[in-house]
Design a binder for this molecule. Structure first.
Ligand code: MN
Ligand code: MN
Length: 472
């Protein structure tokens, strides 16, 4: 097929193109090396606490300081603030007056997973096993989480305030944990007629944790006690400590290249750590910008952005006022309003790419393809744009011009067909502050599964798009 368009077609139409098609060897190298760093970061950042810890290290290495340690701020200064070890805000102070607004990148660093209940451990005598009860976190298809190695990550706080970090299952000589599904030979009656969401029910997401009795103890629950003894010997834990703990089952193992051409990256938690990581990297890599850059990494988006570490809290405004006060110690309410309402943002979150086996959920003219660049989503929500932030045409025009001018590959899309389903992001919470905001991030296959798939080219392009936005 000839590439050339006729004159009128050239003038009036536009078409989308794969990043790889236009990419040269030099750019391909950048794509690969960016993804290698990202994969390494992901391997050690499976939950929001780990992400924040690793981000803090990275940012400190790059000269960012806790904002509490800084008395006055001026252009070029780089600071961050951590909220309860799970949520983080980062700023690079720009040349312009902060009262004229900031450029904000907002994303979330929590991902769907399986959490332990407060009294998780019991002994099943019929099965001769020690088992953990769980409550899943976020919107998972539960059947995807069975028969796959899981690691236990998280934190225990003892009654005396001592912190115990657990990370079991990531090292190759660690044990792993598993939810075991029923064998096909016996599942016809029990599972055969179940609807998809109940193939594995919530109360069937039970974790196998032990099968060996404690020696020489005259008690009934020998398997349970053996598990508790090991936890006590290794971590100083006792049973009641589960109550003040956040222990999470996440897929064990590392991010992997996918495809013989290695064009894709498979990992747990692309949603939405891919936007968290690329926005943080954009903040690290920019020179002093004109407008102050703010990057916020939220927790609890997957359960509705509620809670004080989520986008529904006042943390962002608090952080921005913190910065304002260190530039203008006597700032007025009018100054605060001016700073916030003149700010503009990108809500960095992932979208759904076309899956070759399930094309029917998309309307192809408005579907995202892997490898076609950052997906700009004017509105999310469901059923008639319900509960969406629908970005204004004026703001879409600004974003489109910015990306085109800087040769960022982007694709406009909707999550799926009208009335097919839907979802939300943190955008509407930022919009609540009266800022302009639009969703933009890479497309994924297998979102919310233990192994999500993204195009390496899209991940790099998302980083480029975010950087260009911060520089605008
Ligand atoms: Mn998300
Ligand atoms: Mn999600």
């Amino acid at each position: 097929m000839p590439e050339e368009k006729n004159e009128l077609e050239e003038k009036l139409t536009y078409s989308l193109k794969s990043i790889w098609e236009d990419s040269d060897e030099k750019t391909n190298k950048k794509i690969i090396s960016f993804n290698t760093d990202y994969a390494q970061f992901m391997n050690k950042s499976k939950n929001e606490r780990e992400f924040v810890d690793n981000a803090e290290k990275l940012l400190s290495d790059k000269g960012f300081k806790p904002v509490s340690k800084v008395k006055k701020l001026k252009e070029g200064d780089r600071v961050f603030r951590i909220n309860r070890n799970k949520c983080m805000a980062i700023a690079v102070i720009g040349e312009d007056d902060i009262k004229e607004g900031c450029n904000l990148l907002a994303s979330h660093i929590d991902s769907p997973r399986i959490d332990l209940k407060a009294r998780p451990l019991y002994e099943d005598k019929d099965a001769n096993m020690a088992v953990l009860k769980t409550h899943y976190y976020g919107g998972i298809k539960k059947y995807q989480w069975v028969n796959t190695p899981l690691a236990i990550n998280g934190k225990v706080i003892t009654e005396d305030g001592e912190e115990i970090d657990l990370n079991i299952g990531e090292s190759s000589d660690d044990p792993v944990f598993v939810v075991s599904d029923l064998l096909p030979h016996l599942s016809r009656k029990q599972q055969g007629g179940r609807k998809m969401k109940d193939v594995i029910k919530g109360e069937e997401l039970n974790i196998l944790i032990g099968g060996m009795p404690i020696e020489d103890e005259d008690i009934s629950d020998k398997l349970k006690l053996n598990v508790l003894k090991i936890l006590n010997d290794k971590y100083g834990m006792k049973e009641e400590d589960f109550v003040s703990a956040e222990l999470e089952l996440v897929p064990a193992g590392e991010a992997r290249d996918i495809g013989i051409d290695r064009s894709m990256l498979g990992a747990y938690g692309h949603d939405d750590k891919v936007c968290g990581y690329t926005s943080m990297k954009a903040g690290i890599d920019i020179k002093t910008p004109s407008r102050t850059s703010i990057i916020i990494l939220y927790d609890k988006e997957e359960i509705g952005s509620v809670g004080n570490t989520a986008a529904g809290s006042t943390f962002l405004e608090s952080f921005m006022c913190d910065i304002l006060s260190k530039i203008y110690p006597d700032y007025t309410n009018e100054d605060r309003r001016s700073m916030i309402e003149n700010s503009r943002g990108i809500s960095g979150d992932v979208s759904a790419g076309v899956n070759p086996s399930f094309k029917g959920v998309h309307e192809m003219n408005n579907a995202a393809k892997l490898g076609y660049g950052i997906v700009v989503t004017k509105f999310t929500g469901a059923g008639g744009k319900y509960s969406a932030n629908d970005a204004h045409a004026e703001y879409m025009a600004f974003i489109r011009k910015l990306f085109n001018k800087n040769k960022v590959k982007w694709q406009p899309c909707e999550l799926g067909k009208v009335d097919e389903g839907g979802g939300g992001t943190v955008a509407k919470f930022i919009a609540h502050m009266n800022m302009d905001i639009v969703d933009a991030g890479p497309a994924l296959l297998g979102m919310h599964s233990p192994f999500e798939i993204a195009s390496k080219a899209d991940i790099y392009e998302t980083y480029r798009a975010y950087k260009v936005f911060l520089e605008s």
